[in-house]
Design a protein around this ligand. Structure first.
Ligand code: OAD
Length: 318
């Protein structure tokens, strides 16, 4: 994926850098290929903690596991040697009732209206699919908890089977019994640090980003590569809307971000909401749900969004 960034070719599409202008652009009919990029902040309203919010995020609450550093919990090399903390957290989060949020339903509404090119998610909860988003419009960049695989014999396990293993198996780790004597570790099909992203990610993102005519980023700190590099592969004129509790995606957000950018050949300096050169990036500081509610209202979609949100069912663990 090569960067197409060139400020000299950039056309200014939005009248000003506000949600109102984004809504006008959508209403104009010139915007037909919206990409949504989402992270853990999309699901906090459903009761799933994010990773990096101070105090409430998972990384601030792993003290009892004596990890060398919080992210070790989700690193494949650490997991292979010490899988217990991972499954302990899984046991705490499993079997609760998680319902897609209004923001998940907004993505479904975009797809119903034929405006969604793709949703790229870092989340493994599948709540966008539960909201009714068709699989083909969804890329789960960091995998999913809906299926699991034995790391030894590669036998597949459903979510129901994994649930049973975790809840009926005491405090032990779930091991494979599909092949006699296997006893391999069963791992949810999530992507841990050090593992490759699903093939779909490169397959779709390579062609999608250049076709995108509005990027909506919600509930992510944009700290994890390669996902956080996606905004830079949009066309220079493509407006980018961030709905988040805090401003992210500017170069200094990511330690050594400039270095990674250089390695990836990215010349775009990151999201720019405020500089005197800002022309396409819009920041709305609020929750994902409140942000989409406001956008839906500006678009005249409130009733449809409320209907979808009222009808959506919680995910099941079967
Ligand atoms: P983070 O926890 O890093 O970031 C969540 C972002 O959402 C933060 O900027 C919060 O301020 C914001 N936020 C929280 N609640 C919100 C709400 N209700 N409305 C709007 N914004 C909200 O989560 P991700 O960016 O998704 O990867 O994390 C990326 C990856 O890091 C994860 O997929 C995971 C993690 O390590 C792996 O484990 C491989």
């Amino acid at each position: 994926m090569g960067s197409s960034y060139s400020s000299s070719r950039a056309e200014k599409i939005l009248d000003d850098l506000t949600l109102e202008s984004v809504a006008d652009y959508i209403k104009s009919g010139k915007c037909q290929n919206i990409i949504t990029m989402i992270g853990a902040g999309m699901s906090t309203a459903a009761g799933i903690p994010d990773f990096r919010s101070p105090g409430s995020g998972l990384y601030d609450n792993l003290g009892k596991y004596n990890l060398p550093f919080p992210q070790a919990m989700f690193e494949i090399h650490y997991f292979k040697r010490h899988p217990e903390p991972f499954y302990d957290i899984a046991r705490q989060l499993i079997d609760r009732e998680y319902k897609p949020t209004k923001a998940h339903c907004f993505i479904k509404l975009l797809s119903d209206k034929g405006l969604l090119l793709r949703n790229y998610s870092q989340n493994v909860d599948g709540l966008e699919i539960q909201a009714g988003l068709p699989d083909k419009l969804n890329v789960e960049a960091h995998g999913t908890i809906r299926t699991s695989t034995c790391m030894k014999c590669k036998a597949a396990y459903s979510m129901g089977e994994m649930r049973e293993k975790l809840l009926d198996g005491g405090e032990g780790v779930p091991t494979c019994d599909k092949k006699e004597g296997c006893l391999g570790l069963i791992k949810p099909d999530v992507v841990l640090f050090g593992e490759a992203l699903p093939r779909r990610y490169a397959q779709y993102s390579n062609s999608d980003m250049g076709r995108c005519d509005l990027l909506i980023i919600m509930g992510t700190s944009l700290q994890v590569y390669p996902f956080c590099g996606l905004p830079h592969y949009t066309q220079p004129s493509c407006p980018r809307l961030l709905i988040n509790l805090m401003k992210v995606g500017q170069d200094p957000d990511v330690p050594s971000g400039w270095f990674i950018r250089k390695m990836m050949g990215i010349k775009d300096p990151g999201l720019d909401f405020d500089s005197s050169h800002a022309y396409r990036d819009v920041f709305v500081q609020t929750t994902c749900d409140a942000g989409v509610e406001k956008l839906a209202s500006l678009l005249g979609w409130t009733d449809e969004l409320n209907k979808l949100t009222a009808e959506v069912k919680p995910m099941t663990w079967s």
